[in-house]
Design a protein around this ligand. Structure first.
Ligand code: ZN
Length: 189
């Protein structure tokens, strides 16, 4: 098959996979939490980290349990993704590894590592901003958070304030390329 043929096939497979992940609409609480996550993302970007932010909150009360942004560059930690850190911190705050009653708002679609952590932490709801066609594991490349073969499924709310989130990432990578840091690499959420 030609390269173009593979491209078409790949795009079709991606659409089909994405179509298999059931989604929900954002609540006003989800949107408030995403605004908070976006603020954290902007702060991270200003500090030289990939601008991704995350907030874990109780779905019933709206109480914030934890907040985090990417720390991978400064901590030299491949697990330094915003939502990974926020989920671990929320478990500490709650004194429980189960987050069934909690939502996670994160500005970029979670990667396989973070989506896997969310399944393992029994997260109730994941609200994300921009899709990540190169690494997203909720809808773009994989559907880990809604895979019926796993023992937990997460309510999925994609695309919340996606334009704002994507604009932050775009301007961050554009500035980094301008400083000669190469093509940018993966966003890492
Ligand atoms: Zn991640």
């Amino acid at each position: 098959m030609s390269g173009a043929g593979f491209g078409v096939l790949h795009a079709r497979l991606r659409r089909e996979r994405a179509g298999r992940a059931p989604t929900e609409s954002p609540t006003p609480l989800d949107e408030r939490m995403m605004a908070r996550a976006l603020h954290l993302a902007a702060e991270a970007g200003a500090a030289g980290e990939v601008p991704v932010g995350a907030v874990v909150y109780e779905l019933s009360s709206g109480a914030v349990l934890s907040e985090a942004s990417n720390t991978r560059e400064h901590a030299r930690d491949p697990a330094g993704h915003a939502e990974f850190l926020a989920v671990v911190e929320a478990c500490r705050t709650l004194g429980d590894w189960r987050l069934n009653a909690c939502g996670v708002a994160v500005t970029l679609e979670p990667c396989p590592m973070c989506a896997g952590l969310m399944v393992n932490a029994r997260v109730g709801r994941v609200v994300y901003g921009a899709a990540d066609p190169k690494g997203g594991a909720c809808r773009s490349l994989y559907t880990i958070t809604t895979d019926p073969r796993l023992n937990h499924r997460v309510a999925l709310v994609p695309g919340v304030m996606a334009l704002e989130s994507a604009a932050l990432l775009r301007s961050f990578f554009r500035a980094r390329r301008g400083r000669g840091r190469g093509p940018g690499g993966d966003a890492g959420a």
